[in-house]
Ligand binder design. Sequence first.
Ligand SMILES: Nc1ncnc2c1ncn2[C@@H]1O[C@H](COP(=O)(O)OP(=O)(O)OP(=O)(O)O)[C@@H](O)[C@H]1O
Ligand SMILES: [Mg+2]
Length: 310
Amino acid sequence: MNKIVFFGGKGGVGKTTVSSAYASACAEKGERTLLVSTDPAHSLCDIFERTIGAKVTALGSNLDGLEIDPEEESQKYINAIKKNMKSIVSPVIVKEIEKQLDAAAVTPGSDESAVFDKLMEVLLELSGDYDRIVIDTAPTGHTVRLLSLPELMGGWMDRLIEKRKAAMALYEMANRDKRKMEELIMSDPVISTLSTRKAKMESARELLTDHEQVSFVFVLNPEKLPIEETKKAIQILAKYRIQVRDLVVNRILPEGLTDPFWNRRREIEKKYLEDIETVFAKQRRILIPLIETEVRAEDLGRIGAYFERL
Ligand SMILES: Nc1ncnc2c1ncn2[C@@H]1O[C@H](COP(=O)(O)OP(=O)(O)OP(=O)(O)O)[C@@H](O)[C@H]1O
Ligand SMILES: [Mg+2]
């Protein structure tokens, strides 16, 4: 696995458990490890039984944790834009824009883009301090949207920049001064804000598609729906040139069950395990059994051990 490892997958398949176990195993080996959660459900604090939050918090030797809160980030993000806007547009339209921004704050995608910004900031600022950064993401839909943002936003920002330039050109026609026009564009706060964001998105895209720095791992269970969802997610991400090379098949029924009920379940599972082998022949598969308890911090070693052979 690479230095930065994203764990994704359908709701409830074991992303938080498996990413925590993997991060703990890395820390155990002596790697300085940061475990980041971008899931609004904040389950890292449940496993490690302590509050983590927006500040880097020590979770153990060589292991730190950080939780990014989508709602809080979204609000910060919107507020920052509002502040920016005030200096660049007339007060008359500020009110209207604020209304639109507040509406935007509750539209799908706004939390993801705020989380994305924060995550990129974390990766850029903290990656020098760690040997390994492990990211526990929210269920598939959010994650796929999160990872496809740079591609989507890049084009969108290009169009905004073009629009702004066209608007300025109209305004400038009255003045008919070419050189002044160029100066205006260079010093325009809207264009410079958009260009900065665009540059950020481009470096994010470069990072996400850098197969030597970043790995994506999908967690799934040997069941119909997680298989379907994983298949779709891998296809979508491939369109954005993001490769998923590893899968964790989690909660496989253990050997040695003799009860007819469990035998029946085992047979169903066997079929899905075979499906996984054919459907995901290109991916490396890491198999983790169902353990007999709910996974707590002290059980992570047992799950982490399955990564040992990597
Ligand atoms: N191998 C395992 N053996 C036993 N229990 C497990 C295993 N993996 C996960 N669990 C349990 O399954 C439940 C869901 O796991 P987890 O919270 O890691 O999933 P998740 O994918 O992060 O969920 P969400 O999508 O809600 O964030 C937890 O109660 C966890 O203890
Ligand atoms: Mg989780």
